[in-house]
Design a protein around this ligand. Structure first.
Ligand code: ARG
Length: 469
């Protein structure tokens, strides 16, 4: 293969080194944004009189043809990387003028521009996907405002909650994810193009014009920083890691809930898998994979931090390693969001009879016994101690609070009355927790309405007005 660079070199690259150095194997997917960036650059060169208007038009048209070839799967991917492959093909298509495209530009500002364009699009897409998942969660929550589920702390039964309230906790996490992506997008959306290799250029370019053509909100201020900054990649990988943390926690609960020990949900055939040996098995492979895929995304974040930490200014080839981290992360988050959305849409069914049984079979209403005494004037700590005695009695006797006779209640405190039974029913226990942000049914209905409004519009990528809670 002929040298992509100058006549300074006498002999070609050793094939092992050539292959080692190349990024075309993975950066080809930047082609659409590379073409977009180059078209803007060509237009700017023409507008500034650095090339003629006719030349600018030829370049833009040739690049358009390349976009088409790529879309149709017939772009000849030859060269070290996508940038050189495009320039080479462009020159084949439009002749000598193709060699003018790289005036006042380096691959260093070019690749940084491509990556920002790519990430901006990816971020918008992921925001839309998160919103879709939120919409599905709202739909499921709407069906289950009055369904109760044991709430846990330390994975021990703590207090029952509305199932909708539990589901809306995930809505909140996803809402933060969406806001975070929107915030990061602002720092992604700045244009490095025109920084040249590191120091700018002698040509009278108009960086602001190019940036505007590409929809960037501004230009990177310092040319050295422009070509070597990958903070936006780290930020994106961090946001992606948190999205996967949330999906993974969700996945873990679905896995637990579908175990026979919990029995809170059942997997529908469309989203569960079988065992090759045990005919009775129905496995939650999907959430397990989501949980497992967190590993690679966290790994990419760690890798990127390590790649950057010792780099002197400005561009260093180490930065080529950013791409696979970004591509794989984008694809992984996309896949996980898509799979989880289908799971919530149709993959699981809540076992309401089992849930009703679960919330009535323990002493997770003990706080409400204590709170009952507090309403009778007993200080909370004393009420708490008295309730502890009642729990101890019940545990030893193998009985639930609801089994106790009024006489038995009164042995522990004379202020217990007939209304204690009502006060500790799971429905009451949940319905009455109407403090702000609590599981009380009025609160949950209001929270659901707010959540529905936050994700109501068409998920088209653009992140809408945010600020839940
Ligand atoms: N393929 C390179 C990358 O991904 C493009 C920039 C190369 N620049 C250079 N000076 N070798 O980072």
């Amino acid at each position: 293969m002929s040298q992509p660079w100058s006549q300074r070199f006498d002999s070609p690259l050793h094939p092992v080194i050539e292959a080692f150095n190349a990024s075309i194997g993975f950066d080809l997917q930047l082609l659409p944004v590379d073409v977009q960036g180059s078209q803007a650059h060509a237009r700017m060169l023409a507008r500034q009189g650095i090339i003629t208007a006719a030349e600018g038009e030829q370049l833009v048209q040739g690049l358009e043809q390349i976009r088409q070839e790529y879309a149709e799967g017939r772009f000849p991917a030859q060269g070290e990387d996508v940038h050189l492959a495009v320039e080479r093909r462009l020159t084949e298509l439009v002749g000598e003028v193709g060699k003018k495209l790289h005036t006042a530009r380096s691959r260093n500002d070019q690749v940084a521009t491509d990556l920002r364009l790519y990430l901006r699009e990816a971020i918008d897409g992921l925001g839309g996907q998160i919103q879709q998942l939120q919409q599905v969660l709202c739909r499921v929550a709407a069906d289950h405002v009055e369904t109760l589920i044991p709430g846990y702390t330390h994975l021990q039964r703590a207090q029952p909650v509305s199932l909708a309230h539990h589901i809306l906790a995930y809505f909140e996490m996803l809402q933060r994810d969406r806001i975070r992506l929107r915030e990061i997008r602002q720092r992604v959306n700045v244009c490095p193009l025109g920084a040249g290799a590191l120091a700018g250029t002698t040509f009278p370019i108009d960086r602001e014009y190019t940036a505007a053509l590409l929809g960037f909100a501004g230009v990177c201020a310092n040319s050295l920083d422009a070509v070597s900054d990958r903070d936006f990649v780290v930020e994106f990988l961090t946001a992606a890691s948190l999205i996967l943390v949330h999906l993974s926690r969700m996945a873990e609960e679905l896995i637990l809930w579908s175990s026979q020990e919990f029995g809170f949900i059942q997997w529908q055939d469309s989203c569960a898998t079988g065992s090759s040996m045990m005919p009775q098995k129905k496995n939650p492979d999907v959430p397990e994979l989501v949980r497992g895929k967190t590993g690679r995304v966290f790994g990419h974040l760690q890798a990127m931090l390590v790649i950057l930490k010792g780099l002197p200014l400005a561009y260093n080839k180490d930065l080529q390693e950013d791409k696979e981290a970004v591509f794989d992360t984008v694809q992984t988050v996309r896949d996980c969001l898509a799979a989880m959305t289908v799971v919530w849409q149709e993959g699981i069914r809540f076992q309401t009879a089992r849930l009703a049984q679960a919330v009535g079979e323990d002493w997770s209403n003990a706080t409400d016994v204590a709170d009952y005494l507090v309403t009778k004037g007993v200080p909370f700590r004393s009420a708490y101690q008295i309730t502890g005695q009642i729990v101890k009695f019940c545990v030893h006797a193998g009985r639930l609070f609801s089994d106790l006779t009024l006489a038995e209640w009164r042995q522990f405190h004379p202020d217990f009355g007939e209304d204690i039974y009502q006060a500790i029913s799971p429905q009451q226990v949940v319905a009455r927790r109407n403090s702000l942000g609590g599981t009380g049914l009025e609160r949950v209905r209001a929270a659901l309405a707010q959540a529905q409004a936050l994700c109501a519009d068409q998920p088209n990528g653009a992140t809408p007005g945010m600020g839940s809670g």
